[in-house]
Design a protein around this ligand. Structure first.
Ligand SMILES: [Zn+2]
Length: 174
């Protein structure tokens, strides 16, 4: 039997998407509409503990993390604008554009809040049935800067309601 006091196992998958945002009440240029090529590093551990692997020797197959997380990111954040629900001015502006895709955030869309949202809300919802828990999510806004959200409590209380993107685009059948 492997000793969890000596070795714990986790895996990290990298994911990429593009999105626009602005930081509500930011005192400088981040208050303007702009975008980033975001990179997300998500670290997962086995729900049962840090030494569990399947008969092949995996915590979970990397491709499943990619599939689940990327399909959520593609549907909700990729090529969308992330807007704080209290930012009525930005919401009014984005609703005037057609076609449009935006995602209403419960907090200002900083890298910190995006990392926390992915860790606390999205990951439990899309990874739960794989028998893994996301322990850490890093959101890279540039090559130099990232924010990290780390699970410090019990993951059992998470898995809150997941919002979804508003997509208004009459060019295609929805
Ligand atoms: Zn920004």
């Amino acid at each position: 039997m492997h000793d969890p006091a000596i070795t714990q196992l986790s895996l990290i998958r990298q994911l990429k998407f593009c999105a626009g945002h602005r930081l509500y009440r930011h005192e400088s240029k981040c208050a303007f509409f702009h975008g980033h090529n975001y990179r997300v590093d998500i670290e997962v551990v086995a729900a049962g503990g840090g030494v569990e692997v399947d008969s092949v020797g995996r915590i979970v197959d990397f491709s499943l993390i990619k599939q689940r997380m990327l399909s959520w990111l593609d549907a909700n954040w990729d090529h969308a604008f992330l807007i704080f629900e209290e930012d009525a001015n930005a919401l009014a502006a984005i609703r005037m554009v057609e076609p449009t895709k935006y995602f209403v955030m419960p907090s200002n869309p900083t890298a910190e809040n995006m990392a926390r949202y992915l860790l606390e809300v999205v990951a439990p919802g899309v990874l739960g049935d794989l028998g893994v828990v996301a322990r850490k999510v890093a959101v890279w806004e540039t090559d130099e800067s990232c924010a990290v959200a780390t699970l410090t409590g019990d993951a059992g209380g998470l898995g809150l309601a997941v919002a979804s993107a508003v997509l208004i685009d009459d060019r295609y059948d929805r």
